[in-house]
Design a protein around this ligand. Sequence first.
Ligand code: NDP
Ligand code: BG6
Length: 514
Amino acid sequence: MASGGNNENVTETGSLSIVVLGASGDLAKKKTFPALFNLYRQGFLHPDEVCILGYARTKISNDELRNRIRGYLPHGKGASNDQAEDVSKFLQLIKYVSGSYDSEEGFRSLDKEISAHELLKHTAVGSSRRLFYFALPPSVYPSVCKMIKNCCMNECMIRLHRGLDALALWTPRGSDIGADRGGWTRIVVEKPFGKDLESAEQLSTQIGELFDEPQIYRIDHYLGKELVQNLLVLRFANRFFLPLWNRDNIDNVQIVFREDFGTEGRGGYFDQYGIIRDIIQNHLLQVLCLVAMEKPVSLKPEHIRDEKVKVLQSVIPLKDEEVVLGQYDGYTEDPTVPDNSNTPTFATMVLRIHNERWEGVPFILKAGKALNSRKAEIRVQFKDVPGDIFRCQKQSRNEFVIRLQPSEAMYMKLTVKQPGLEMSTIQSELDLSYGQRYQGVPIPEAYERLILDTIRGDQQHFVRRDELKAAWEIFTPLLHRIDRGEVKSVSYKPGSRGPVEADQLLERAGYVQT
Ligand code: NDP
Ligand code: BG6
């Protein structure tokens, strides 16, 4: 078994090489490099041990890549002198290697650069750490994995150290040589991981033949968001939630993602995937798992992921009458989108979990582009109070809201006495808005946190293969029917709340606007 997981008994001190594959692309410049910069600024990436390499086919120089990245880091007028100095030092850590994704030549050059860095840092044999971040279209994942396996595994240090015995020199790549010395090779792969159950499983098998599960980090950046990470703490470290978090008290749960812009500039990609594959199958479903799962045995990644898989496996097949799909007017005007596209840019659906805790409680997942606001939140709505003596309106139900973005907050809507002489009730809020309560405390970017986890070998916030499979099992039948045109999207106006049919579904599912 190759070394990929965290060996808790070993201090990881070897040189660290971070390779961003697809360095010329959008994700790399907007998210990956800025996240690395933030980690560098906070001292998590130390110049004495780290080198960062960009790799892509585009032929550019080191300086050209650095200049592209500079535009996404604090620079120019608004930046302080300190920041500007940090930016320059950080950029100096970055080198660029150009090559294709399916020939060994480029990857051998990459390996040479990594090895040179490791030698320069006097890295002990087997202790080098190599992280490969795939900021690439998934179509090239299998060939890139093969190239890394053939040319770039961390064992290559052996070849550079003179005086090793012959056996060590012959140790094959991918063998366990680094396991007891803190060394490893890990890969971070981006979504979309497949288009349906079959393609995802095929991709998993292809990658699984080359890397072991502890080496594979399937990233879902929603798992790196502050309030998503807070869900386990909220649920399992607070006595008052424990007895309430079930079908006896909760009427319905909504997990909502809204964006106030369309797919402009990404139409070609988006049209092949649609909102269910882009947002619901991954981001919203991961949030659902954390809201619905049982308490894990411990915080060990495998214990947490075991519980998430159980939730996914308990979801019963979606019913057509509990799905509303929408497409905003003007979506097909994008020249990269076919005129007759049926791809949904909006979806509301009810998921039902068949287990003791959640039987009968609708989990309403809703995601849409080009809506009236940008927001992601979880709304847990409680049942009406039995034997009500205040003649409360339905609208005064308790609701616990966790706003993931923007302006992280959680608040509990509750009924209180209206201040004054009369005995009347009013809906109010217990409000924990992070901006006020934790003023000045920086909230890390999701990517920043997750990349740090990959370096530390913590897979808690990454998607395991069986989790991914169970997630695709839920949506694949519906997705295939949408692809065949058997389930149609209704139109909605950009800048609106989405199709009215979605609000009607919400009402049928029992949600009450509070
Ligand atoms: P890009 O389209 O910008 O592609 C990244 C790089 O990959 C390009 O610069 C290009 O580099 C290379 N590339 C592009 N198309 C191909 C191709 N058909 N065959 C081989 N190489 C190709 O993608 P993004 O940076 O937007 O996304 C990268 C990954 O991250 C994708 O899996 C995407 O789904 C995912 N993602 C992206 C997000 C974003 O905000 N952009 C958000 C979440 C996930 P070169 O030609 O120089 O080799
Ligand atoms: C990405 C989707 O995964 O998440 C995009 O591909 C979407 O379509 C983005 O815009 C939203 O991320 P965030 O963190 O801005 O909510």
